[in-house]
Design a protein around this ligand. Structure first.
Ligand code: URP
Ligand code: ZN
Ligand code: ZN
Length: 471
């Protein structure tokens, strides 16, 4: 048997089910041995009893996604995956987005061009279906699912992306027939437009009014409708970026009726509130504009409860990177504009794991096992990448994070994205990766990014394995 390329000695290994102490032996980028007192390897790293988790799988992030001008995402695959690696994430799943009138296959081809040669962590693609023409429904989508694009997002809001209920039923039916997972952005577009117009008529256009245009009710209604549509088609769905109590109540209702409704939430709903969009008419709050918007303090606890009790399956960043100062970011054309024209989304790819580890695991709110499940194992299962990704097991990719538990104050200057702010500036955190390994190669050494553009591999996704297979 050839030598091990690398041994991580004295690891406190955490998976979604167990914590145990052992050495991790790595050969050809994969975990070859887990055991005590492994024979010497070509290279060795002493974890010194520190916690080692599987590399993070960020199953909801936006990188270099084409936008309507002047908006442009600050992170492409170069800066976005660098930032992921430095924060402990070794697999990202951003979106190949179909524009209306465009073929889905063309969107996928274009997106591959954006990733190739730039990605420094592994990546798969979700699709965004915005124009479910007969050709998309009967040919393109089934063909792409068979080729390893086994999940797609559909929107119930945003004029350029939204589907009506009939279209939703059509795409859900394709998901059912071909074993894909539909991810749903659930907000009621007409309610948002109606509220936005009323706010504008009253001169209420500062960033903080964004939250008033998208109250919980619009998310609750759309969540219930999405659940009903999926029930009609009899297909599992995953509701993305669930922000709060009212949507959660709908998901609990669905589960209590035996429906396969999965849910994702994100750091912004744990650590931000609507007040971060502003308590007066200053423009600063544009930095925290995202949809659905963050809610109130009490709601943060509801999200924590949902993470701890299994309501949520996946914890993603929804990294949607726009600069604050640039003319292609939160100030389109360099202007302070009405909230409806401010690009939606906040950065979070690099901070996702540290925030949840610090405040969730070390803060005593969730177990270490739950952390691994939410940030790595379940996203890998949901999108057909498990067990190659998402766990620490013999045969799996050696994607590992060694944790350094120490207090520090988060500053945007420490981060590696191309965004000029973090919404979490000044937060006291308790842990950050001391080391990130991608397939056995160090991509973050605790001080610097050590990965290489182009080393990240495209991963075709298999069938989601969160549920038993239907016969
Ligand atoms: O505001 C957000 N969440 N922007 C990103 C796009 C999306 O809907 O996920
Ligand atoms: Zn969305
Ligand atoms: Zn998103």
């Amino acid at each position: 048997m050839p030598d091990l390329d690398l041994i991580i000695r004295n690891a406190r290994v955490a998976t979604a089910s167990d914590t145990f102490h052992c050495d991790i032996g790595i050969r050809a980028g994969r975990i070859a041995l887990l055991g005590e007192g492994l024979p010497a390897g070509l290279r060795e790293i002493d974890a010194a009893g520190r916690t080692v988790t599987p590399g993070g799988v960020d199953a909801h992030c936006h990188l270099d996604q084409p936008m309507e001008g002047p908006a442009k995402m600050a992170d492409d695959f170069l800066s976005g995956t660098r930032s992921a690696a430095c924060g402990g994430t070794t697999t990202v799943i951003p979106f190949a987005a179909q524009a209306k009138g465009e073929s889905l296959a063309a969107a996928v081809q274009d997106y591959h061009g954006r990733a190739e040669g730039k990605a420094s962590v592994d990546y798969a693609f979700h699709l965004i279906v915005s124009d479910p023409t007969p050709a998309v429904l009967t040919q393109e989508l089934p063909a792409l699912i068979a080729q390893g694009y086994t999940s797609f997002k559909v929107y119930m809001t945003y004029d350029d992306l939204k589907l009506d209920d009939g279209q939703m039923l059509d795409v859900l039916d394709v998901a059912r027939q071909h074993g894909a997972l539909a991810m749903i952005h659930a907000e009621n577009a007409d309610c948002i437009e109606w509220l936005t117009k009323r706010l504008e008529a009253a001169g209420r256009t500062a960033p903080r009014w964004h939250a008033h245009a998208r109250p919980m009710l619009v998310e609750r209604e759309a969540t219930h409708r999405a659940i009903s549509l999926s029930q009609l088609v009899d297909v599992p769905i995953l509701i993305v970026h669930v922000s709060g109590r009212e949507a959660i109540e709908q998901i609990r209702w669905a589960r209590s009726h035996g429906l396969s409704v999965f849910a994702e939430t994100c750091p912004q709903y744990l650590f931000l509130t609507a007040e971060d969009l502003g308590i007066d008419d200053s423009y600063h709050g544009a930095r925290c504009i995202c949809s659905p918007p963050p809610r109130d303090k009490a709601n943060q606890q509801v999200i924590w409860d949902g993470l701890a009790d299994g309501l949520f399956t996946v914890f993603s960043s929804d990294h949607a990177p726009f600069t604050y100062e640039g003319s292609d970011g939160k100030k389109p054309g360099g202007e302070e504009v009405a909230f409806r024209h401010i690009p939606n989304g906040i950065p979070g790819l690099e901070t996702r794991l540290s925030l949840l580890y610090s405040e969730g695991v070390l803060g005593g709110r969730i177990t270490l096992q739950k952390f691994v499940e939410l940030t790595s194992t379940n996203p890998a299962k949901a999108y057909g990448l498990h067990p190659r990704k998402g766990t620490i097991a013999v045969g799996g990719d050696a994607d590992l994070v060694v944790w350094d538990e120490r207090d520090f104050t988060l500053r945007n200057g420490q981060l590696h994205h191309a965004v000029d702010y973090t919404p979490y500036e000044g937060m006291r955190l308790k842990a950050w990766p001391a080391l990130t390994l991608l397939r056995g190669e160090t991509v973050w050494d605790g001080q610097s990014f050590t990965g290489k553009a182009g080393r990240g591999k495209f991963l075709p996704c298999g069938t989601p394995t969160l549920l038993p297979r239907r016969s």
